[in-house]
Write a protein that binds this ligand. Structure first.
Ligand code: 6PG
Length: 469
């Protein structure tokens, strides 16, 4: 904060409470309030228990909180995306003065952030859309934060954001990444990659479990080992822990008592939608979104298993191939995420620095992984055609690794296992190394039935084929 600005936080749910404790711990004065007063009271007790009440000022309502804050004020909203954000802005706007700042730290749709930024600026206010990643633990001890807004707005909140952010080798994993919706867009892409990485890990687990006959415990130990190497990442680490955990009621592996039907709040789906809209289809991320959607059709899938037979055929492939296949899938999903980001940055004139995005993701966030440092370095050295998988370090890695992905996908498909994300990764890779594909025929078909015209190899456009002669 600037010396005089006062910081407030509205929304003391899991993430809001954790972020508030983090802010208080770093010595900042913080006003807080919540829609339900009981949660504010609980938070006051929690802060006291951690000896963090010294700079805390709690109010019963948002209106009282704003009134208690000296101007200029910066108010962080940590509330569910959508209507609650608009409702809170509607309450806040008449209470605030020129120069006050509203910060939306939830998982908002970047289009809404763009709209809200315009409206706030019209009202003489400053608006920041800030993606926050890292779950409860991240919010409490150091999240990764992706800020969208004006440079002046960033300058005003920078000290507090950098103080509470995760650190990678001492550097804060938070930065101003562009104007208005840029921060929330980067967070959306983060979540798309998060979905893809989770799905890739789950597919590899499925192959080891139902194809190779390994127990969750054994697979958890393999993941633990992988987490010491090139796959080092938060998601592989927690997957290893999850797979080795036992259900306290039954003594069974914890995963075995969980219904195989995945929820989604929407950000992964938004990434897939944006990818398609921006003409940069991200099939690994799309496959992960599709896999979650199909997973919810639990009854239908059991009917399908009766009708067609289940997929549990034995599956032979080496542990090393599985590890490397997962690594390849991860590279493809990062590459696709950055490609969507590139398209949006061009579309909205955001000039997002991709290397900074990779750096901000190196610690604190859900997709943090050892590979992000390499990705940042690749962007810094400049990419051929702006394509991550064309960076020299990834070209040599993929040349050596792609055969493993191919062996895993081929064996899995032959044995009847559904591996949509791994298959998509391989398809993307093969497509990106195919100089002449088959859309010449698609163009001919379009011309045949709709006179859409095509470009000839010699560069002449608007040409038609001989089909109607
Ligand atoms: C994070 C997470 C967090 C949350 C998402 C995903 O970066 O900390 O992405 O924001 O877990 O909302 O939720 P869904 O899986 O329900 O979409």
């Amino acid at each position: 904060m600037s010396d005089t600005a006062t910081l407030g936080l509205f929304g003391l749910g899991t993430m809001g409470s954790a972020l508030s404790l983090n802010i208080l711990e770093k010595g900042f004065t913080l006003h807080v309030s919540n829609r339900e007063i009981e949660m504010t009271q609980d938070f006051v007790v929690e802060a006291a228990a951690e000896d963090l009440s010294g700079t805390l000022i709690a109010s019963d309502t948002l209106v009282e909180m704003v009134a208690a804050m000296p101007v200029p004020r910066a108010i962080i909203m940590m509330i569910p995306a959508g209507a609650p954000v608009d409702d809170t802005i509607a309450t806040l706007t008449p209470l605030l003065a020129q120069g006050d700042t509203i910060i939306d730290a939830g998982n908002s749709d970047y289009r809404e952030t763009r709209r809200r930024t315009l409206a706030a600026e019209k009202a003489g206010l400053t608006y920041i859309g800030m993606g926050v990643s890292g779950g409860e633990n991240g919010a409490r001890h150091g999240p990764s934060m992706m800020v969208g807004g004006t440079p002046a707005a960033w300058g005003a909140i920078r000290p507090v954001i950098e103080a509470i952010a995760a650190k990678f080798q001492g550097a804060p994993c938070a930065d101003h990444l562009g104007p208005d919706g840029a921060g929330h867009f980067v967070k959306t892409v983060h979540n798309g990659i998060e979905y893809a990485d989770m799905q890739l890990i789950a597919e590899v687990y499925g192959l080891m479990r139902y194809g190779c006959g390994q127990s969750p415990d054994e697979i958890g130990q393999v993941f633990e080992r992988w987490n010491e190497g090139r796959l080092k990442s938060y998601l592989v680490e927690i997957s290893g822990k999850v797979l080795q955990a036992k259900d306290s009621e039954t003594g069974k592996p914890a995963v075995d008592v969980i219904l195989d039907s995945a929820g989604q709040k929407g950000t992964g789906r938004w990434t897939a939608i944006e990818a398609i809209q921006l003409g940069r289809s991200a099939n690994v991320i799309e496959a992960a979104v599709a896999a979650r959607a199909w997973s919810t059709q639990v009854h239908k899938r059991s009917v399908g298993a009766e009708l067609f037979g289940a997929q549990n055929e034995a599956f032979g492939v080496s542990e090393e191939d599985l590890e490397v296949a997962l690594l390849c899938g991860r590279i493809m999903s990062y590459a696709q995420g950055f490609s969507i980001l590139d398209a949006a940055s061009q579309e909205f004139d955001w000039s997002v620095d991709h290397a900074r995005v990779a750096e901000v993701w190196r610690a604190g966030c859900i997709i943090r992984s050892a590979m992000l440092d390499d990705i940042a370095a690749a962007f810094r050295s400049g990419l051929p055609e702006g394509e991550l998988i064309f960076a020299p370090r990834f070209v040599s890695l993929l040349k050596a690794a792609a055969p493993s992905l191919r062996r895993v996908v081929s064996a899995a498909l032959t044995a009847g296992h559904a591996v949509p994300a791994l298959t998509s990764a391989l398809t993307f890779f093969d497509t990106m190394r195919t100089k002449r594909g088959t859309t010449d025929l698609v163009q001919a078909q379009r011309d045949f039935f709709g006179r859409h015209g095509f470009e000839r190899l010699d560069g002449r456009v608007g040409q038609h084929g001989p089909w109607w002669d």
